[in-house]
Design a protein around this ligand. Sequence first.
Ligand code: WTA
Length: 643
Amino acid sequence: MPNDHSARQYHVDAAKYQEMYAASVADPEAFWAEQGKRIDWIKPYSQVKDVSFAPGDIHIKWYHDGTLNVSANCIDRHLETRGDQTAIIWEPDDPEEPAQHISYRELHANTCKMANVLTDLGVTKGDRVVIYLPMIPEAAYAMLACARIGAIHSIVFAGFSPDALGARVNGCDAKVVITADEAPRGGRKTALKSNADAALAQCKDSVKCLVVKRTGGETSWNDGRDHDYTALAKDAADSFDPVEVGAEDPLFILYTSGSTGQPKGVVHCSGGYLVYAAMTHEITFDYHDGDIYWCTADVGWVTGHSYIVYGPLANGGTTLMFEGVPTYPDASRFWQVCEKHKVNQFYTAPTAIRALMGQGPEFVEKCDLSDLRLLGTVGEPINPEAWNWYNEVVGKGNCPIVDTWWQTETGGHMMTPLPGAHELKPGAAQQPFFGIEPKVLDPQTGEEITGNGVEGVLVIADSWPGQMRTVWGDHERFEKTYFSDYKGYYFSGDGCRRDEDGDYWITGRVDDVINVSGHRMGTAEVESALVAHPKVAEAAVVGYPHSIKGQGIYCYVTLMSGDAPTDALRKELRDWVRQEIGPIASPDLIQWAPGLPKTRSGKIMRRILRKIAENDYGALGDTSTLADPSVVDDLIDNRMNRD
Ligand code: WTA
């Protein structure tokens, strides 16, 4: 029997939400001045907010005359009261391997060791460090060690290819890359160090490589460049004074996909980000002291930054880090881990829920989930069927589900139902978090659409402390991407509906970004990988509905004349993209396209390609502006998705 949570005291109830929300938007300065006290400052702030969304003068600063250290906030300030409490529970890929319980005191020692090793490699305040690690405790030590030094980390998901890693190392001009020999995942091993070797061949000779021993597998070794973390850590001192940084000094860069060009480096800074991550973690998940909280994301994504490491640890919480996948050794793994570690809050992606739902309820039912109290989802819209399954089979109808809408750019939750405050609606992001002012605009005119029962593009009218500050090295791109289409607002790139009750429903991206298994993918990135293949003349990539992944990757490819369109070539192109970007970018469907629908000025009409990929070619709209309307008939006849 699940526990009865009916008597639970939530941090926020319906009346308190109304009151706090109204206060947060009526006087943001006062509201955030108070919330800033959640964290410890070395020098307190006197300025709370200095923000402009005005064209030509975009700047965003929070608490900017305050100083702090993020690592001290996540570790040191808890030592006196909870030094022996578990900070991180680490669950390895292989269930036979013992889990680790890392106390705050141990987290302190290990983070300091990492900080000393990095310092010995020449890392100082403001330097960039790329982290390319499996989901092991060293990933958290590395993040917190950078924060302790005042260095800026940039994590690259371990599933990314050497080319993608190399581009990011060069993009932020990193001094050191931290990697491991191998990354175990789902019973298989990825040769991370050899990926890093291939990436570093594209980088400056001065970049150093720090290698954590995870499996003990063989790796090649470059004596001048490579350093053995495991050996160095043994002798490193276990104390390191946290470096004082300004609230607006960058904490991390995280590369993310946009609608054009290559991924951009989203910059988050120290003070405001930490306040926002800590507050949202506590309130959205209704986190209370002593709770065991598990977010299944990877630290390579923003969800892992804010809701595995920074938010939970700033709150003195116990956060679970999982190295594996939901289906290894079998589809019970998530629920076995919940049972084993008595997880109270569980946060995952709809794609995982859909995949596990397909395996049947017995994998869930054989586990004791009576400690679960709250469930969360993130990354993509959740369909009501998956929501209901999550609610009934996993939550036993007794755990509120928080469907959290947010983005790499926003640093933390932007809209979500709050447990105890909102009547849940399956699939709705529902209501804004404190301080967030969502607006619905007409995509054509840019005018605000007021009232309920309306749909349009989603923008945010004012800043919040967790907002990204700039694109690394390219402030102009920051302004152009987020503030130029709809002047005076932050443009999310998402569409949304506000229903009759005033609740928000995210309808998905309105730009050329697709969402594959909760991972953001720029169609332009996949296109540029495809056209880099010698046999490809032209390529256009769109998303299409996929029952597990949410969206699949549909590629239209025009070959160089003389090259035969074979299944073998399809496989070759698929492998090529995996190698160029990583397995998450692997095309699902490749259609040979003798021609692409273009306007007379040569612009590809992606709307038509999307419709055909969705198998919805009956409603193509006006095709009269096409240079050659007959290409459309060929594309329809040979379409790959006939569902
Ligand atoms: C989508 C992940 C619907 C959305 C934290 C957004 C969602 C993009 C939800 C950001 C949700 C995220 N409901 N859609 N609850 N959460 N999205 O940067 O399209 O990897 O713009 O951040 O994911 O993806 P990102």
